[in-house]
Design a protein around this ligand. Structure first.
Ligand SMILES: *[C@@H]1O[C@H](CO)[C@@H](O)[C@H](O)[C@H]1NC(C)=O
Ligand SMILES: *[C@@H]1O[C@H](CO)[C@@H](O)[C@H](O)[C@H]1NC(C)=O
Ligand SMILES: *[C@@H]1O[C@H](CO)[C@@H](O)[C@H](O)[C@H]1NC(C)=O
Length: 231
């Protein structure tokens, strides 16, 4: 914009200044119009990337049309008054396939409900970018790999249900720093190491961790330190 105003030499005439100002205002108005549109589209793009990555034999994602200005009219998607996505409700939808890192760009998402499907692959570490997330329900799927430590960055999370998957590795200690945690269920996986007992985990019961044959602890019982190798 500075270039626009000072790009050519010569004398300033009021007329020239008026033309330049008009161009400046036009550029700013164009920018202001484009910005909200492109952010709405980026959320639609993220969800459409998810659609492409999932198998959907029941066609529950049929309304997910990426050519619409935003995803707010799509079934199973809820937006706030700024047309930003706050809920994705796809529990019990016969979905398989895997999740995509693009989901991490849904910056106002509060509820990610994907329970009781047959989704495989890893939980994307990018879900740790969902700062507004209140509920992450991925239970009863076929997720493999470990629980991303980045989920410890979800400072508004209340519900974290990852039970009945095939998750391996340790329970990330970072999760104990989420003070809002109310309901945690990691049962029926293949986690190993020990159960942290500090921070918000002091409130959790053994039930949250049952049926992980290689998981030891809780650490309070003093049998094994957290750092013990995890086979
Ligand atoms: C997970 O995978 C196993 C074996 O591949 C299969 O038997 C089971 O039905 C799957 N579970 C879900 C919830 O898809
Ligand atoms: C976290 O929750 C509080 C209280 O509900 C809310 O005011 C705040 O905006 C939330 N943070 C984010 C990042 O959404
Ligand atoms: C958590 O977020 C901070 C920035 O807020 C980032 O530096 C850090 O890498 C994140 N932690 C993880 C485990 O992703």
């Amino acid at each position: 914009m500075a270039m626009l105003l000072f790009s050519h030499g010569g004398e300033w005439s009021p007329r020239k200044l008026r033309v330049e100002l008009r161009a400046l205002i036009l550029a700013m108005v164009t920018l202001a119009l484009l910005l909200p549109l492109s952010s709405a589209n980026s959320e639609g793009d993220a969800l459409h990337a998810l659609r492409r990555s999932l198998k959907d034999p029941s066609n529950v994602l049929q309304s997910w049309d990426p050519t619409l200005v935003n995803p707010c009219t799509w079934f199973h998607v809820t937006c706030n008054s700024d047309n930003s996505v706050i809920r994705v409700d796809l529990g019990n939808a016969r979905l398989s396939g895997s999740l995509v890192p693009e989901l991490g760009s849904l910056q106002n998402l509060q509820y990610l409900e994907l329970y009781k499907n047959s989704i495989t692959g890893h939980i994307p570490p990018e879900l740790g970018n969902l700062k507004a997330l209140v509920s992450l329900d991925l239970y009863h799927n076929n997720f493999t790999g470990s629980i991303p430590s980045s989920l410890g960055n979800l400072s508004n999370l209340s519900f974290l249900r990852l039970n009945n998957n095939m998750l391996t590795g340790r329970i990330p200690r970072q999760l104990t720093t989420i003070s809002t945690l109310k309901v945690v269920d990691f049962s029926n996986n293949d986690l190993c190491g020990t159960i942290p007992v500090t921070g918000s985990f002091t409130r959790l019961q053994a039930k949250s961790f049952e049926n992980n044959p290689r998981l030891n602890g809780p650490e309070l019982e003093g049998f094994v330190p957290y750092e013990m190798s995890c086979f």
